[in-house]
Design a protein around this ligand. Structure first.
Ligand code: ADP
Ligand code: MG
Ligand code: MG
Length: 904
């Protein structure tokens, strides 16, 4: 048997792997190999595959036989490339050990740098570099990272909040700086560091009960194991749950020769984006620090310097750019930027280190960006001919599009108030809410449906769940490339970092800005697009009228095959949906006019109708109701001028509308001329045990044909009047809750009668309309062929179809569906994402049977699923003519439909 390859080398101009091997090598390893192949300078290294991770978890955290030998062999290759030896006392090679999963999980797993420093290698390195300060700085970093990542986290030790070893060592470092009056880590000299490391090691022994390992090989394997273990670390698990990344993918481990950004003033480290990740602007955008290493930039410990002059902002104008400090190296980096974008045809996020003037690339990956940036980058790259239209359409995810439709701080309100503070605009849009100071508070408050802003001293990937729960994130420290900013941007979350005017005291739960103090629960407003913070709660507005957005959507429409309609119940909703590109109304709920604004009069008439006992009484009430229904119907068709409108006849159980207050009941009784007793009796008679499956939908129209008649008459008359006014009306009459063909026939006879009557009375020869039904009862799917003999269209009401198909009460799922999801009995809430394998079969069956009976049958969906991207893909494959969804989901459905068509 050929032994599976487990270790992949990359080095000068050569890589055993490449960018296509992300599943096996993780994103980082695959792209390091790809960069090496592109002759971009990458320190040599090797990647241990994700299959080893799978083995590791499947075999009690052990490694496959022979792995050690493979690692040794690859290590010798690195040694050759670097001209150094791992563990060599004269000329030691140091290593970095890094995680890397298939899809990037910024900051969620672990890295250990400077592995290989020990009592035997330290003196040699000092001698060789003649830089004792550098060597001890590297060593203190190794001790900090290793004790945290390997000796604590990977060992499963869970210290109390603020008692973790890394935090303790950080504090010791701060104390030294404070005592000596140093401003930054770079001020510590060799003696300070040597002394500090000695005390670090003592503290490690006290806290963790073990000595810091002094053997380079022990460090190497400790690091490898810890990186594999970090796949199941708390942060990583939370992040995967939120992002829907499968637990069984596993991480790869990258072992790589160290290069040093902390060797003095000609050394540096930095992180950059090939274009601005917040706005998409085509400018090289990044941050760097001189004489620094590794996480210094991304951890938000110091406010980093800007990469170049063009992207300097208010907050960092005074800081030196890399462009002006090291112009040659900057130019070299800028050329790599262009080369990478051309090769990957996308915006990339890169990490680099400069060791004594020499540039090294440490990472590149497709960069996370805001919805706005995604849109702008896709449109720019299209214009630059880097990508084609289809690729542009695929670039923006439906969730990012959603973000583009989301609110921003009302500029009018914003103009009138004083800014409280300013920071870096790390995540776009606006957010107003009550401040909380810990991630767990953010989660708890959000559960109570409060809008919260998470306020922290610094960005910290440990806070991932709180960041998710909060409406916005505000931090005092950190840069645009900090992990938290990266993650927030990925979610399209409003986020401001590095807001240095803030003094956050998480323990006391207070925030001081100048002489003002805010406590937990106080309101603030964030403008994440500009980085401005305001006291109090400012109003938000929607952010749509963007020409770029319109151009993009026009391209999207070229590629989709599904029509997109909207569910709208008012002329205003209809108008809004049209602006978003709706091609008709797929669901107009007649009953909507009895709720909310201006509903008082029609509701009173409806209630009279409901409480009526005789047909005569009922007809009188219906006559009163008629003008309201007709006006609503007419205004809606007018707003959709020429586009089809599906009117669903009255659907809910009547008892829902009986008033509860005594005063209302008395008024109603007197208007009908009946006693209070009689009223109670009639109301009581309407009561049902299980109204969801009770006297509703078509069943009402069968018992009270005059109720259907009134609505149908309103629709026909409105259509005739509109035509006379020079407009076009295309009504579609939809009968709800049908399960039996005869129900539909019964109502059809009534429709024909009213049609003839209206045509005669208004002297018109014909009124164009369609007659159809909602398919929402499982039986209707089973006999869809019969139903299609009468129905000219089907509209799948997948909310009720799911309810009745599963036998899950829509109104009571809160009690058990979350458990089902948590226990993996269901993959998703079937009321949000259509259950394709079950309910989907009912839909497909109805389509087949329906089309067999009537080939031109028009098919649509009007359940909530019509705006859910995964469900839209299903609708495309199932061959529906259109989906219908709420107005704000219309652009999302359009995009999902185009992406479904492009997916083939
Ligand atoms: P993450 O996945 O969190 O970005 P990385 O594996 O990229 O973690 O490592 C974090 C940081 O460590 C990098 O940004 C880089 O600065 C530093 N680093 C990693 N490998 C090396 C190396 N071979 N030489 C120098 N620094 C390194
Ligand atoms: Mg990291
Ligand atoms: Mg990285």
């Amino acid at each position: 048997m050929v032994k599976a390859k487990r270790v992949y080398f990359f080095g000068k101009d050569r890589g055993e792997g490449d960018a296509s091997m992300k599943e096996l090598l993780g994103g980082k390893g695959a792209n390091l190999a790809e960069m090496a192949r592109l002759a971009i300078p990458v320190p040599p290294g090797f990647t241990i595959s994700t299959e080893v991770c799978t083995y590791f978890y499947g075999h009690g955290r052990t490694y496959p036989e022979g792995l050690a030998a493979d690692v040794d062999q690859a290590l010798r290759e690195i040694e050759k490339g670097m001209g150094q030896r791992f563990g060599d006392p004269e000329n030691p090679l140091l290593l970095s050990i890094r995680s890397g999963s298939r899809s990037s999980m910024p900051g969620m797993m672990e890295t250990v740098l400077n592995v290989g420093l020990s009592s035997s290698t330290l003196p040699g390195l000092v001698k060789k570099t003649k830089n004792e300060r550098f060597v001890y700085d590297a060593y203190r970093r190794l001790v900090m990272m290793y004790s945290d990542v390997v000796m604590e986290k990977a060992a499963g030790i869970e210290p109390a909040e603020g008692r973790g070893i890394r935090h303790q060592l950080d504090q010791m470092l701060s104390e030294v700086k404070k005592a000596k009056g140093y401003k930054s880590d770079a001020d510590l000299d060799a003696a300070d560091l040597r002394d500090l490391v000695a005390r670090f090691k003592t503290r490690v022994r006290e806290v963790l009960g073990k000595d810091f390992p002094d053997d380079p090989r022990e460090q190497l394997w400790g690091g490898i194991g810890a990186v594999f273990a970090s796949w199941n670390g708390k942060r990583a698990v939370s992040y995967r749950r939120i992002e829907g990344i499968p637990d069984d993918w596993g991480t790869a481990v990258n072992v790589q020769a160290m290069v040093f950004g902390n060797m003095g003033d000609t050394s540096a480290t930095g992180v950059a984006f090939t274009r601005n990740p917040a706005t998409g602007e085509n400018l090289f955008y990044g941050e760097w620090l001189p004489n620094a290493q590794g996480e210094d930039v991304v951890a938000g410990i110091r406010t980093p310097n800007p990469l170049n002059e063009a992207t300097k902002g208010e907050h960092n104008r005074h800081l030196p750019s890399l462009e002006s400090t090291m112009p040659t190296t900057y130019r070299e980096l800028d050329l790599i930027r262009v080369k990478l974008e051309k090769h990957f045809t996308d915006m990339l996020d890169i990490e680099f280190t400069i060791q004594e003037g020499r540039l090294w690339m440490l990472q590149c990956r497709v960069g996370k960006r805001t919805g706005t940036a995604t849109l702008n980058i896709a449109m720019d790259m299209l214009a630059e001919k880097l990508i084609d239209e289809k690729t542009a359409v695929k670039r923006l995810s439906p969730a990012q599009l959603d973000e583009l439709l989301h609110p921003i701080v009302d500029p009018k309100a914003e103009a009138g108030v004083q800014r409280l503070a300013g920071g870096l605009p790390a995540g776009p849009g606006g957010a107003a809410g009550q401040i909380v100071f810990t991630a767990s508070d953010a989660v708890a408050w959000a559960k109570e449906k409060k809008h919260v802003l998470l306020v922290r001293e610094e960005t910290n990937p440990e806070d991932v769940e709180g960041m998710r729960a909060a409406d916005g994130i505000l931090t005092a420290r950190g840069g645009m490339t900090s992990h938290a900013a990266l993650v927030a941007r990925g979610w399209g979350k409003c986020c401001i970092v590095g807001c240095s005017a803030l003094h956050v005291d998480a323990r006391a739960k207070t925030l001081k800005v100048g002489d003002r103090t805010f406590v937990e629960g106080d309101y603030l407003t964030l403008n994440g697009t500009k980085g401005y913070v305001y006291a109090g709660e400012l109003p938000m507005i929607s952010s749509t009228e963007n020409p770029r957005f319109m151009q993009f959507m026009a391209i999207v429409d070229k590629y989709r095959k599904l029509g997109v309609r909207t569910n709208a119940d008012t002329p205003e909703d209809a108008a809004q949906a049209r602006k978003f590109g709706a091609e008709g109304i797929g669901l107009f709920r007649t009953e909507h006019m009895f709720y909310g604004k201006n509903s008082e009069k029609p509701l009173f008439a409806l209630r009279k109708m409901i409480i009526s006992k005789t047909e005569a009484e009922r007809r009188k009430a219906l006559d009163e109701l008629f003008p309201y229904v007709k006006k609503d119907v007419k205004d809606t068709m007018a707003a959709m001028d020429g586009l089809p409108v599906t009117f669903r006849l009255l659907d809910p159980p009547l008892h829902e509308f009986v008033p509860h207050q005594a005063e209302e009941r008395a008024k109603l009784a007197s208007s009908l001329g009946i006693s209070a007793d009689e009223f109670e009796k009639r109301a009581e008679a309407l009561h049902e045990t299980n109204p969801m499956m009770g006297h509703r939908g078509v069943r009402l129209g069968i018992t009270y044909p005059e109720v259907s008649e009134m609505q149908v008459r309103a629709i026909f008359e409105a259509a005739v009047e509109l035509t006379r006014e020079g407009k076009k009306a295309l009504p579609e009459i939809m009968i709800p809750v049908v399960g039996i063909k005869a129900e539909l026939d019964h109502q059809r006879a009534l429709v024909d009668r009213v049609y003839a009557e209206v045509c005669g009375r208004m002297s018109v020869k014909e009124i164009p309309f369609l007659y159809g039904t909602m398919i929402e009862i499982p039986r209707a799917c089973l006999v869809a062929d019969q139903i299609a003999e009468t129905a000219e269209f089907f509209s799948f009401g997948t909310n009720d179809l799911t309810q009745m198909g599963f036998g899950f009460s829509r109104d009571d799922i809160g009690g058990f569906v979350p458990d089902y999801i948590e226990k993996k009995i269901l993959a998703a809430d079937p009321f949000q994402t259509l259950d394709q394998e079950g309910i989907g079969q009912l839909v497909t069956m109805a389509i087949q049977k329906g089309r067999a009976a009537r080939p031109k049958l028009k098919l649509g969906i009007c359940g909530e699923h019509g705006g859910d991207p995964a469900s839209v893909h299903f609708c495309h494959r199932a061959g529906l003519n259109y989906v219908s969804c709420s107005p704000y989901r219309v652009p999302i459905a359009r995009l999902a439909a185009a992406q479904a068509a492009l997916a083939g």
